[in-house]
Design a binder for this molecule. Structure first.
Ligand SMILES: [Fe+2]
Ligand SMILES: [Fe+2]
Length: 482
């Protein structure tokens, strides 16, 4: 395991490759779409071809050449794996499908390609893809068209360099990004007075449930990606992931998990019927503003009542939308007139909701609370009105130091928590990735370790002494998580 300070130039170089690489993928996607929609001489096609040429030139400038590879769930540009995020996942997915469909594993751009050549390449990739996909055939057709700026090879070394774990993580990332896009879609359509499609919602929830059942740790890790300015959309998805993972702990069946997932994903849908400027207000709320926001539980119930394409009404979701701010002692809202008992779904959604809201960066909360402090407060402050049994299960699920927490170890190393220890007796000993040594030098590569591991003398090798603020150390936690 090599260690030492990460060379700044090296880090900058990778970052530039990624940045130009991402722009290239987005440009390829945009051009393919334009070609599909318009005739070649159309301005939209010409413009996207020009932009694609510029993006390719940038990549060549940065790395001195251009080589694009599609492998499993990944795209590599000049040997660097690109990261999928919420803004580019659609382009990534399409380009991956396109290349795969045409049987293209690698594309090397040998020299600066003319717009005409890019046009021929992308048109052929799209056509050959439809016909079953054969990289050799594609190469021959390019040659016949007098295009020699590219070299194309099939995906030969299929199982070599990317391991299965990495591919599973990438798949989890894709599920997450797709769910966020769906939640954006649903929220915006309700804002515009339309009725969202129950079928689409169900499909997104099914993907989350399936992923929680197989890749729980990766998906929970993804909830800590707070770099996006998309709280409204990621919040529902995060609450859904936490709720489903909790339901699984409690022993719910798959069918129950689906229902719980829909309830969690839609718990705040009533907010889409409250003016956006009120929701995003950074100044203290006037009484009237507050009254309007506090209407979101029953507005949510009404919205769910109207779901399009629904054979049976989503009762649990309606109940949870209505009850998620009531609190155990009914001191919350809406006010309760007759005695009632909160549904289990509502109790679970409330816990997941409180946690995600308190740990997120939002307009009026520039510095979120550290996850471990939030968990403690949820457990110890009765005014939160959460169900103690559900909170306890939640702490067992996340560990005392949830994924994404930056921790200081007794060796003075810094670590980022990756996943909770599955043993409930060992909640303070999660799996971490050590990102810097005892003197503060960043480790390259970082070292993954289990804090439950002991030395030869039976003592624990490393123990957490406290949590730390990643901003203070200039550490981007999300770089290490997935
Ligand atoms: Fe709410
Ligand atoms: Fe919420």
């Amino acid at each position: 395991m090599s260690s030492g300070t990460l060379d700044d130039d090296e880090r900058d170089a990778t970052a530039s490759t990624r940045r130009t690489g991402r722009a290239l993928i987005v440009a390829i996607h945009a051009t393919t779409r334009a070609i599909k929609l318009y005739p070649p001489e159309h301005q939209a096609v010409q413009k996207s071809l020009a932009e694609l040429g510029a993006a390719a030139a940038d990549s060549r400038d940065v790395d001195g050449g251009l080589d694009l590879r599609v492998h499993r769930e990944f795209i590599f540009v000049n040997g660097t794996r690109l990261r999928l995020d919420l803004s580019n996942y659609a382009s990534f997915g399409r380009v991956m499908d396109l290349f795969r469909g045409a049987g293209v594993g690698a594309l090397t751009v040998l020299r600066e390609a003319a717009p005409r050549e890019w046009f021929a390449l992308l048109t052929l990739i799209a056509t050959v893809g439809g016909a079953g996909g054969d990289a050799d055939e594609l190469g021959r057709r390019l040659q016949a068209a007098g295009v020699d700026a590219f070299e194309i090879t099939a995906d030969a070394d299929a199982d070599e360099d990317v391991d299965v774990r990495e591919a599973a993580k990438a798949a989890a990332r894709r599920t997450y990004a797709q769910s966020v896009a769906l939640s954006k879609d649903v929220i915006n359509s309700v804002r515009m007075g339309r009725v969202p499609s129950a079928r689409k919602i169900k499909r997104a929830v099914q993907a989350i449930v399936d992923e929680v059942l197989t890749e729980e740790a990766s998906l929970i890790g993804l909830t800590t990606l707070r770099e996006y300015d998309e709280y409204t959309y990621t919040h529902s998805v995060n609450v859904c992931i936490f709720a489903v993972a909790l339901g699984k702990r409690i022993g719910m069946t798959k069918l129950q998990l689906y229902e719980l997932g829909v309830a969690a994903l839609m718990h705040d849908i009533g907010k889409s019927r409250v003016p956006t400027d009120l929701i995003q207000k950074t100044t203290p709320l006037e009484e009237d503003d507050w009254r309007r926001i506090a209407a979101h539980p029953w507005l949510g119930l009404l919205t769910l009542f109207q779901l399009r394409g629904q054979q049976e009404l989503p009762y649990r979701a309606m109940v949870a939308a209505h009850e998620h701010h009531m609190r155990r002692d009914f001191s919350g809202y809406p006010r309760v007139i007759r005695p009632r008992t909160l549904a289990m779904t509502s109790k679970i959604v409330s816990v997941a909701d409180s946690y995600d809201a308190a740990t997120s960066r939002r307009s009026y909360q520039t510095r979120p609370f550290p996850p471990s402090a939030v968990l403690q407060e949820m457990r110890d402050n009765p005014r939160r009105g959460l169900d103690p049994v559900v909170v306890k299960a939640f702490i067992t699920l996340l560990g005392i130091y949830p994924a994404g927490t930056l921790v200081v170890l007794d060796t003075f190393e810094l670590g980022v928590v990756l996943a909770a220890n599955p043993n409930p007796e060992m909640l303070s000993r999660p799996r971490v990735v050590i990102v810097s040594d005892g003197r503060g030098n960043l480790l390259q590569p970082p070292i993954e370790t289990d804090l439950a591991a002991t030395r030869a003398d039976g003592q624990f090798a490393r123990t957490i002494i406290k949590t730390a603020d990643p901003d203070r150390y200039g550490i981007r936690v999300s770089d290490y998580i997935v």
